[in-house]
Design a binder for this molecule. Structure first.
Ligand code: BGC
Length: 288
C-alpha cells in the first residue's frame, strides 16, 4: 500500500483495487451475446484484462462511510459502452471491518442490458509485512481439486484439470516456492473451488511462519485466481522506499473463471436486466 493518493495515481498493477467490469482475461478482447459481437479494449497483448484501459481500478468511486459500523459503501455507475461493455451497470461494493479481524467485501450490481460481470479485489499480500521477504516461503492451502490450464496468452484452454499430485495441488498446505519452478512464469491460474453450495465458505488459507500470521479467504464465488506476483519487477517502491520485486507479494482473487463469456461450459457470468448480481468475499487475519 501507499501512504498517499499519488502512489495509486502512478498506476501500480491494481494494488488494493476493485476490478471490473470483468476481472481477469477475456480472450481476443471479444465475446458474443446471442448474435451481437462486442469488441473490448485489448490491453494485455490481444487480450482484455481487468476491465480494459480504464477499468474500475482507475475510476473514482463515490464513498460513503457508515455512521454506525466500520464500513464504507462505494458506488459507481459504469456507462453503457464503457470499455466496450453493453449496458449501464450500477455497482455497490461495501467494505466492512468486523470485530473478528475480517475485511468483508459485498458486491452488488444491476444492469439495463445483458452484460458479463466479474468483480473482484486485487489486494496483494505479504504476511511478513516486509517485502524483503518473498512470498515463496508462505504456506498456501486451496480447497480446489481442479484448475483451469491456460495457453500462452493466459487464456483458459477450457479444460478443468485435476490438480492431483502436481504443482497445483494445494489441497494440503504447501510452501509456494516448493514447486513453483515447475510452473513456467509462476502461478497465475484460476482454481476451480471444490464446493457444493454458493454459501460463504472457507476456500483458501495462507500462512507465514516469520510473522505467525494467517489469512483465510472465504467466498461465494466458484473460482480463485492465485497470482504469485510474477510481473512485479522492483520498479514500484513501498512507502519506506523498498523495491517491490518479483514474488514480493501475491493475490488471491475470488472470481468466476477467466474467459467465461467465450466458454459456455464455465459457470455463466452474464447478468440480465432485472437480475441482481451479489457476491461476498471475506479476508480474515488471525495469529497462529
Ligand atoms: C493476473 C495477472 C496480471 C496481474 C496484474 C492478475 O490478476 O492474473 O496475469 O499480470 O493481475 O497485476
Amino acid at each position: 500500500g501507499f501512504d498517499s493518493l499519488s502512489g495509486y495515481l502512478a498506476k501500480p498493477p491494481y494494488f488494493g483495487a476493485i476490478i471490473g467490469r470483468y476481472g481477469n482475461r477475456i480472450g481476443n478482447a471479444t465475446f458474443k451475446i446471442d448474435t451481437a459481437t462486442y469488441q473490448l479494449a485489448a490491453n494485455d497483448g490481444k487480450q482484455h484484462l481487468h476491465g480494459g484501459n480504464k477499468g474500475y481500478d482507475k475510476v473514482v468511486w463515490d464513498a460513503q462511510p457508515s455512521d454506525s459500523t466500520a464500513s464504507l459503501t462505494l458506488t459507481y455507475l459504469s456507462k453503457d459502452g464503457e470499455e466496450g461493455y453493453p449496458g449501464n451497470l450500477s455497482i455497490t461494493v461495501v467494505y466492512t471491518l468486523t470485530d473478528d479481524d475480517e475485511l468483508l467485501m459485498e458486491y452488488s450490481a444491476e444492469t439495463d442490458k445483458t452484460t458479463p460481470v466479474n468483480l473482484t479485489n486485487h489486494s496483494y499480500f505479504n504476511l511478513t509485512g516486509d517485502v524483503a521477504n518473498t512470498i515463496l516461503g508462505h504456506q498456501l492451502q486451496v480447497h480446489a481439486d481442479k484448475y483451469t490450464p491456460v495457453d500462452a496468452g493466459l487464456i483458459p484452454t477450457g479444460e478443468l484439470k485435476a490438480v492431483k499430485d502436481g504443482p497445483f495441488d494445494f489441497l494440503q498446505p504447501h510452501q509456494i516456492g516448493e514447486r513453483i519452478a515447475q510452473v513456467p512464469g509462476g502461478y497465475d491460474h484460476n482454481f476451480v473451488l471444490s464446493r457444493t453450495t454458493s454459501d460463504l465458505e472457507l476456500v483458501a488459507t495462507l500462512s507465514d511462519s516469520i510473522s505467525g500470521r494467517k489469512l483465510e479467504v472465504y467466498t461465494t464465488e466458484p473460482g480463485l485466481q492465485f497470482y504469485s506476483g510474477n510481473f512485479l519487477d522492483g520498479s514500484i517502491k513501498t512507502s519506506s522506499g523498498q523495491p517491490i520485486q518479483q514474488h514480493a507479494a501475491l493475490c488471491l482473487e475470488t472470481q468466476h473463471f477467466p474467459d467465461s463469456p467465450n466458454k459456455p461450459a464455465f459457470p455463466s457470468t452474464l447478468l440480465k436486466p432485472g437480475e441482481k448480481y451479489h457476491t461476498v468475499t471475506k479476508y480474515k487475519i488471525t495469529l497462529q
